[in-house]
Design a protein around this ligand. Structure first.
Ligand code: PLP
Length: 385
């Protein structure tokens, strides 16, 4: 019997050690991590510089409070704003909390314009988190099931359909559009190349905030530090988490222009958010990404995986579509493939199954050796399904 609540259904394995792209279980067996803890451990497990940063910071200062200035938090805000072209940052502990901050900013934006019931447009099949506001924003009835009454004033529109957004242009209560640049949890759904540019144009015309949820796509996952850089745009609000801490819990909500001026003392806060430890680690993550030219590796390995899958699986009658940007990849099959989760585990590879898609989010540091193991194992699994 377990004393844990039943909200997770873990696979029958317990990892006790990690190094680079590999995890070791209680029996001493090694697994290739094709998921990075769901897009978190981008720089690999127990990266030595990150371990050193944690150890050093633990010996200096872990926590004070946001009632005092925090050196590393201010440095991290500056670094992130410089890298993203945003103006300021708020730090939280998770992706959902970063999105909560973004939703609150959107509501303040509405109230500043005398809109009493501000509406945020979000996408069907999106995922924004599990708190009440973020699950209400999420476009997936399964995530919302059982939790009514939901937080109101979210309208869900079809993703990658610009007309679905345009038809709300005459709704005076709309204040923001909140989107993932690539939908991660619903199986790596990549919109048309100019979709975000068009959404931004509509937002600018209507004085709506463009909120991009880069909790999963951010911090190098797609081959750019932020996925919106592919569109040469800057959102009004940007949320980050996952890869920013490489395993320590941190979320960030960055804002620009008018959106950056809405929070005032007392508007929002978090006890743990942005403490010296997590900010030191996030600063180290950003340093390593730059120093080790990680984005270059993501682009090269991402292309290698995508092209190899396309070539190896081109004659497979089970494959519907192969999608990928950087190291965010999915192979959609024409049948249920949930059994592949355990089959992959037996082959010592960690991956995820989302609907009828196999999803891969390997560490950003993978080499051709690991990429080849992933390609061979996944192709064998698909053959046998
Ligand atoms: C795009 C996106 N937003 C938000 C979240 C929620 O993040 P967290 O689980 O850290 O609250 C996730 C998590 O998978 C995500 O993929």
């Amino acid at each position: 019997m377990s004393y844990l609540m039943s909200n997770y259904a873990p696979l029958e394995v317990t990892f006790i050690k990690g190094e680079g792209c590999y995890l070791t279980d209680t029996k001493g067996d090694q697994y290739l991590d094709g998921l990075s803890g769901v897009s978190v451990v981008g720089l690999g497990h127990c990266h030595k510089d990150i371990t050193t940063a944690i150890q050093t910071q633990a010996g200096e200062l872990l926590h004070t409070s946001n009632w005092y200035h925090i050196q590393h938090q201010e440095a991290l805000a500056e670094k992130l704003c410089q890298l993203s072209n945003m103006d300021n940052a708020f730090f939280a502990n998770s992706g959902a909390e970063a999105n909560e901050a973004a939703i609150k900013i959107a509501r303040l934006h509405g109230h500043a314009n005398n809109i009493e019931n501000p509406i945020i447009l979000t996408a069907n099949q999106s995922f924004h988190g599990r708190t009440m506001a973020t699950l209400s924003a999420t476009g997936n009835p399964k995530v919302q099931s059982g939790f009514a009454p939901l937080v109101s004033e979210f309208i869900h529109v079809d993703f990658n359909n610009i007309d679905a957004i345009k038809i709300h242009a005459n709704n005076a209560n709309v204040v923001a559009v909140m989107l993932e640049p690539i939908q991660g949890e619903s199986g790596v759904i990549i919109p048309a190349d100019d979709y975000l540019n068009q959404v931004q144009a509509i937002c600018q015309t209507n004085d709506w905030l463009l909120i991009l949820d880069e909790v999963q796509t951010g911090i190098g996952r797609t081959g750019k530090l932020f996925a919106y850089e592919y569109n040469d745009i800057t959102p009004d609000v940007l949320t980050l988490a996952k890869g920013l801490g490489n395993g320590v819990p941190i979320g960030a909500c960055l804002a620009k222009g008018k959106a950056a001026k809405l929070f005032q003392p007392g508007s929002h806060g978090s006890t743990f958010g942005g403490n010296p430890l997590v900010c030191k680690v996030a600063l180290t993550v950003l340093e390593i990404i730059e120093k080790d030219n990680i984005l270059n590796n993501v682009i090269q390995m991402g292309e290698y995986l995508l092209l190899s899958f396309k070539s190896r699986l081109k004659n497979s009658d089970k494959v519907v579509e192969i999608r990928g940007k950087g190291l965010m990849l999915a192979i959609e099959l024409n049948q249920d493939c949930s059994s592949l989760l355990n089959a992959a585990l037996n082959k010592k590879l960690l991956l995820n199954i989302t609907g009828q898609s196999i999803r891969l989010l390997p560490p950003l540091i993978i080499t051709k050796t690991e990429a080849d193991i992933i390609i061979n194992t996944v192709c064998e699994l698909i053959d046998a399904v």
